[in-house]
Design a binder for this molecule. Structure first.
Ligand code: SF4
Ligand code: SF4
Length: 443
């Protein structure tokens, strides 16, 4: 009888630096419960663009049965990293860790074209650097206020531009004057806690009303707010795109800045930034100097809605008579499990009617830099979400992330809607100040 020798194991397609965890891969029992909430599966009905299919692709690569080539990478580039699959998964598969490790592996391989690499570098160099965003403000304000933007949009000439450039133009919010946040804002009344505020990049330079409203609400609720001037970008865009080395540099600088501020809690009003801050312990797990500090830092981080909802309200809520649809940001609802808190803050406001948007688990198409690199899929998801919102006829959509805010604004504008999109904290701020809904409609 002929003897059969065992087939030698093929080498993994991943390198040895934190490859996707075999333990997590093996947790997937292929049940498919995650498929109906996966935005790309909903759009295309393709197994390899579902969470189950992507986990299978990771398994194949880790067993050396699939190569990391452009076709394989394409299935991960289309993933929004929205983590809806994690919420739906009954087996507790930590897809977030898998996609993060997979993306870091992809970025270390020579699989991207020169143009793709250049475009991604441009996005990172711009949107993770508040100083660069600031220098862009004046030309962009001139573009908007001179009437050129209106003229170009009406003429249809923008449609001649590459889709990625069109996406960037359509997402641009109406720019207002900068609102500088003081390094220290005193609590009103008795001080309940000293908190640090992450200023973010896009909200600092493009949506300054978000940070101003956050500081006013926190101060009114008895928090002393420290906004360290030395804080950099938190690195969320980098980490979610697999750019690990850049993410680590910014995480260390962020920790340094907030340690010096000596605060009890670190607050963010951006879901993507918040989920990143809460994962610093994981990101810096190999660093002897920072690992323990990063874990301590992450344990202090909260979304502003989490912080406010855990204490009795102190400031009086005044009526705000409007119909408000709340849109869950994926990095708040799926990555951080924060769903009830923003709703409970809105429900405290007299006169406010809170309505739920169907398909709440499904992403609006924003997803960090996704709408800038995958404009077709992002537009399809934005259009779908805008249609569902329009059926509700709300006065406002409230959400907890600047990226979602810009994506929804753009999608609703394309649908011809007059519904305004604001951050949840802006509505609470308007209520505390006794402002009417018309105040928030201004631009
Ligand atoms: S993160 Fe979102 S897009 Fe990616 S597989 Fe999970 S549900 Fe699908
Ligand atoms: S729900 Fe969880 S276990 Fe089931 S296929 Fe999706 S990831 Fe795998």
């Amino acid at each position: 009888m002929a003897e059969h020798s065992a087939t030698p194991a093929r080498p993994s397609a991943f390198d040895a630096h934190h490859p996707p965890s075999q333990k997590i891969i093996d947790t997937c029992v292929h049940c498919g419960f995650c498929l109906p909430v996966c935005p790309t599966y909903v759009l295309w009905n393709e197994e390899m663009d579902s969470p189950r299919g992507r986990i299978y692709l990771i398994k194949m690569a880790s067993e050396g049965k699939a190569a990391i080539n452009p076709q394989w990478v394409g299935h991960f580039d289309t993933c929004l990293g929205c983590m809806a699959c994690m919420t739906a998964c009954p087996s507790g598969v930590d897809y977030g860790k898998l996609i993060e490790a997979t993306r870091a592996q992809i970025e270390r391989k020579p699989v991207r074209s020169f143009v793709d690499k250049l475009y991604r570098r441009f996005i990172f160099a711009t949107f993770t650097n508040p100083a660069r965003l600031r220098t862009l403000r004046w030309p962009l304000i001139a573009y908007q206020r001179s009437g050129l933007q209106t003229l170009l949009r009406r003429s249809g000439v923008l449609k001649l531009l590459p889709k990625r450039v069109q996406a960037m133009e359509s997402l641009l919010p109406k720019l207002r004057h900068r609102e500088l946040i003081p390094e220290i804002t005193s609590a009103r009344g008795v001080r309940r806690r000293r908190v640090g505020l992450l200023l973010g990049c896009v909200q600092r330079e493009m949506l300054p009303q978000m940070n101003s409203a956050t500081v006013r609400v926190l101060a009114a609720e008895g928090f002393e707010v420290v906004a360290p001037a030395a804080q950099p970008c938190c690195g969320a865009l980098f980490v979610h795109a697999g750019e690990e080395a850049d993410a680590i540099v910014l995480a260390k600088r962020t920790i340094d800045a907030f340690e010096q501020a000596e605060v009890d809690t670190i607050v963010t009003n951006a879901a993507g930034c918040g989920s990143n801050l809460k994962e610093y312990g994981h990101l810096l797990r190999d660093n002897p100097e920072y690992a323990a500090r990063a874990r301590a830092f992450s344990a202090k981080c909260k979304d502003v809605s989490e912080l406010l909802a855990e204490l009795e309200p102190q400031a009086r809520r005044q009526p705000f008579r409007a119909r408000v649809a709340y849109q869950d940001a994926c990095h708040l609802q799926h990555a951080q499990g924060v769903r009830a808190q923003p709703r409970s803050l809105l429900a405290q406001i007299p006169g406010l009617e809170l309505v739920e948007i169907p398909e709440a688990a499904i992403c609006c198409g924003s997803a960090g830099i996704y709408n800038l690199v995958q404009p077709d899929a992002a537009n399809a998801l934005g259009e779908r979400k805008a249609g569902l919102i329009e059926e509700l006829q709300p006065d406002f959509v409230a959400t907890g992330n600047p990226g979602c805010l810009m994506q929804l604004k753009s999608a609703l504008a394309k649908a011809g809607s007059v519904t305004r999109v604001v951050h949840t904290i802006e509505i609470l701020d308007a209520s505390l100040r006794g402002e009417t809904p018309e105040f928030l409609r201004r631009d």
